[in-house]
Design a protein. Structure first.
Length: 484
């Protein structure tokens, strides 16, 4: 094919590619110098979309990588989420995200894919060259940490690639974010301020031109658990480089921590401004989210998302708390478990809901008890000798039994110290007669002396009793009691 025809054919394919991007590229303030990397304009998270795409200060899950990476520091559990969206015709969007909080840092990773289906291709003369494929994907990873008691900073790095009819282009992008938790709690709620700059980096270059990425500056505020109710309110202000400034508002209410209803307004023209609706269903560790929103002249879109949260609940520690934890670890390494437990208790007073710190405190207490038990056993058994099995068995016998057991034929058996298992069978007379002979090594008992017959000696007669005197002084004769 002539290079000029190939160039014209690629131009036609890019035009068809741009038509597929039309819902994402309407009403750009930059006019003909539109941006590229339309995958970066598709909002992430069904929950965020249902809340009017006002998520800059409320992002505390894996979606924070795309909205505000500093929000990873506010995540409390490990999370994995998958979202699917059917846009127009055969265009579909898939997103997978993961987040893992830590004591010092929180990390996250994500992957997004946008498939355009088959696109009819034509050369410069208008002849069909068959269906062509087009797709975009992006891989992202990020970190965040508290740099102050209430201020966290985050960074997301991404690699973006787009392919069209065998031609591809790639680039990298970065998101920067900050999130601050206010100290004063009006109406007993939790309040945050968020700020992020998204999609920093060189644009994509197809053929000979490089177009910039859709950069955005976002500022947001969030009021969580207003008046101790399961009510969350959010608001965002967005300044894009390819459109006019717009605002967004969102709300979320939980019923019994099982069902969530969401309502918001999105002022973005990327997918059409208007109302956003959403619902969430939580079953144990699983969360199902659905979002409904307008798509400009192309109708509406439906997003479904399934996420899983697991592991112990925790909150990332600020600089002061990290210093306390470091001191506790040093005390534990030195065997000072009491000081370690006191430091852990100080952390729990600052955050009673931190299961991770509580688990570490219980572990320190167990180590202290084990150490005390080992010391007590070592002190009580330092000089005590352990008896042999024979000596141990003899201790339960009286002295007479011990002497018999020690001289018994066949040696001493600790399992049968008295030789009861060697007694003859009582029903066998021959065995009984044979058993009269003394066993070797046993001294027979001496025989009894012979008896000598002796004539019994008669006892002398008792002297006659003296007659008892009568009451009048006359002796009473017992043979003549009548006085004859």
């Amino acid at each position: 094919m002539d290079p000029r025809q190939r160039h014209s054919g690629m131009t036609a394919l890019l035009l068809a590619f741009a038509i597929c991007h039309l819902p994402f590229a309407m009403s750009y303030a930059s006019g003909p110098g539109t941006t590229t990397g339309e995958l970066l304009k598709i909002p992430v998270s069904a929950r965020a979309i249902g809340m009017g795409e006002a998520y800059t200060a409320a992002a505390d899950d894996s979606a924070a990588l795309a909205w505000n990476p500093a929000g990873l520091s506010f995540a409390q559990q490990k999370e994995a989420a998958f979202m699917h969206s059917s846009l127009i015709e055969s265009v579909h969007y898939e997103h997978f995200g993961f987040a893992a909080p830590g004591d010092n840092y929180s990390a996250g990773a994500s992957m997004s894919y946008l498939g355009y289906g088959d696109i009819a291709g034509y050369d410069a003369n208008g002849a069909s060259i068959g269906n062509q494929t087009a797709y975009s994907y992006i891989f992202s990873g990020g970190l965040s940490s508290f740099v102050h008691d209430r201020l966290s900073l985050g960074l997301t790095g991404s690699v973006l690639r787009e392919s069209l009819a065998g031609e591809s282009a790639g680039t990298f992008a970065a998101n920067l974010g900050a999130m601050y938790g206010l100290e004063s709690h009006l109406w007993d709620g939790e309040y945050r301020l968020g700020f992020s700059v998204l999609n920093l980096g060189p644009g994509l270059k197809f053929i000979s031109e490089r177009d910039p990425l859709p950069r955005k500056i976002k500022m947001g505020a969030a009021a969580m658990h207003v008046k101790e109710l399961p009510l969350n309110l959010t608001a965002d202000l967005t300044i894009p480089n390819d459109n006019s400034t717009y605002v967004g508002f969102g709300s979320e209410y939980w019923f019994k921590e099982i069902i969530a209803l969401r309502l918001g307004y999105a002022g973005s023209n990327d997918e059409g401004k208007g109302l956003r609706l959403g619902v969430g269903l939580k079953l144990r560790e699983f969360l199902f989210d659905y979002a409904y929103g307008g798509f400009g002249d192309f109708g509406t879109t439906h997003r479904i998302e399934l996420s899983l949260k697991w592991g112990e609940k925790m909150k990332q520690l600020n600089r002061e708390q990290r210093a306390i934890l470091k001191e506790a670890k040093r005390a534990g390494d030195q065997g000072d478990y009491i000081q370690q437990i006191l430091a852990m208790n100080e952390l729990l007073e600052k955050d009673p809901s931190n299961d991770r710190i509580l688990k570490k405190m219980i572990g320190a207490h167990e180590h202290m008890l084990q150490n005390e038990l080992k010391e007590a056993v070592a002190q009580s058994d330092t000089n005590k000798e352990i008896p042999s099995p024979e000596e141990f068995a003899l201790q339960d016998l009286v002295p007479g039994q011990q002497s018999v057991a020690q001289v018994r034929a066949g040696g001493f058996d600790p399992k049968d110290p008295l030789g009861l298992n060697n007694l003859p069978d009582a029903t066998n007379l021959e065995a009984l007669q044979g058993s009269v002979a003394p066993s070797p090594g046993v001294v027979p008992a001496p025989s009894a002396p012979p008896t000598v017959e002796t004539k019994p000696v008669e006892a002398p007669a008792a002297p006659a009793a003296a007659p008892a005197p009568a009451s009048d002084g006359v002796l009473l004769n017992p043979n003549d009691i009548y006085g004859n």
